[in-house]
Design a binder for this molecule. Structure first.
Ligand SMILES: Cc1ncc(COP(=O)(O)O)c(C=O)c1O
Length: 380
């Protein structure tokens, strides 16, 4: 029996997974393709997880443990200035599950979701799995990769349901400016749209860049859904733990979908998440300091090689312009693996406006990044 749904067959085949497998098989390849912290989860979190695991673990309530939801709401109020209510928090299995549940809850077939390209590669398949239609706003390097609200306005139709935002942004490394977020908030209110704000990299910001949650802006209480995750800030990707906070009626509806998708987020991970929220902030600042050191190295080296790269203000990605070397991002990435034994992600993975670009992750050891840049320089 080999019947596979059309829905599945229409999903893009992500090159990213193949590249990761290749890099895992061939130890001489330096992978700058990965989207997860190379740091070990901080010890207090691991200790908490171990303790709870040994005491046996069961389902939690569908929306998550009440103590964790309360701790998340407190964090959102204090750090993100969102007037969060713990009953409007749902704990999810990573933010990817939260995004999927939100789309399944709000989007009917052929309805549209506006999103940026280049943008995170997980959004398009999630929109398509919900039978929605992605509508892209092109990001431009000359705008510092910031989204242009005027272009966004032109993409709104009667079928638009939501605007997907990601700040700090993967793969551009942009931290969206408050002024732009205010304009997007106005667009959402005027057109009665949701803003799905994915803030996975909120703590990984550099120099004077300041992360702002659109959910904290005036009038956004009934429109913004804030998605977050423990994966990046706390190097907890494998725990599969995230959360979302949104308007009361939305949360009531999405709780049902989340329950049927997941029953609940992994319970042991929820207890580890409670420990994470109590973690001494020095663990995070040390990781960010090291990302920053690598960022300076990789951006300088990429530019010296001739791969023009805008200084990223956040995340652990550098998005390079490869157009002087190749007219195909995929071919460029394949050649780089073959000739330099370095893996990057071709820009075409980030939507229709990614051609001519390649993403280099610096969630890797400083010396390995340096060696990778030597090899890329020689190969090019
Ligand atoms: C922008 C963005 N959002 C969401 C995710 C999904 O993260 P998780 O499901 O681990 O929370 C990722 C993972 O790379 C990401 O880059």
């Amino acid at each position: 029996m080999t019947h596979i749904s059309e829905r599945e067959q229409e999903l893009p085949n992500t090159l990213m997974l193949q590249l990761q497998e290749l890099a895992a098989e061939h130890k001489d390849i330096i992978s700058l393709s990965i989207g997860e912290p190379d740091f070990k989860t901080p010890k207090p979190i691991l200790d908490a997880a171990k303790k709870f695991m040994l005491s046996g673990t069961h389902y939690s309530p569908a929306a998550g443990r009440t103590d964790l939801r309360k701790a998340i709401a407190q964090k959102l109020r204090k750090e993100n200035k969102i007037s969060a209510d713990w009953e409007n928090v749902i704990v999810t299995a990573g933010s990817q599950e939260g995004l999927m549940a939100a789309l399944l809850t709000t989007v009917d077939p052929t309805e549209e979701v506006i999103l940026a390209s280049p943008g995170y590669l997980g959004y398009v398949p999630a929109i398509e799995l919900a039978d929605g239609v992605p509508v892209f706003v092109r990001l431009r390097e000359q705008d510092g990769w910031q989204i242009n609200p005027d272009e966004m306005k032109k993409k709104i139709s009667k079928k638009t349901i939501a605007i997907m935002l990601n700040t700090p942004s993967n793969p551009t490394g942009t931290v969206i400016k408050k002024k732009i977020l205010e304009e997007v908030a106005d667009i959402a209110v005027q057109n009665d749209l949701y803003v799905f704000s994915d803030e996975a990299y909120e703590k990984i910001v550099y120099e004077n860049a300041k992360h702002v949650s659109i959910g904290s802006l005036n009038g956004m209480k009934e429109h913004a859904v804030t998605f977050n995750t423990f994966s990046k800030t706390y190097a907890m990707c494998g725990f599969r733990l995230g959360y979302m906070h949104g308007p009361k009626e939305f949360v009531k509806a999405v709780s049902k979908v989340h329950h049927y998708l997941e029953i609940c987020a992994p319970h042991t991970s929820q207890l580890a998440g409670l420990a994470a929220l109590k973690l001494n902030k020095k663990y995070i600042s040390e990781m960010v300091r090291e990302y920053d050191r690598r960022r300076r190295l990789i951006v300088r080296r990429l530019n010296e090689i001739g791969l023009h790269t805008v200084n990223p203000e956040g995340t652990f990605y550098a998005l390079a312009d490869i157009s002087d070397f190749s007219n195909s991002s995929v071919k460029f990435a394949e050649d780089l693996i073959r000739k330099a034994r370095v893996a990057c992600i071709p820009g075409t993975e980030f939507g229709p406006y990614g051609e001519g670009l390649a993403r280099f992750s610096y969630a890797n050891d400083y010396n390995k990044i340096s060696t990778a840049m030597d090899r890329v320089g020689r190969a090019l």
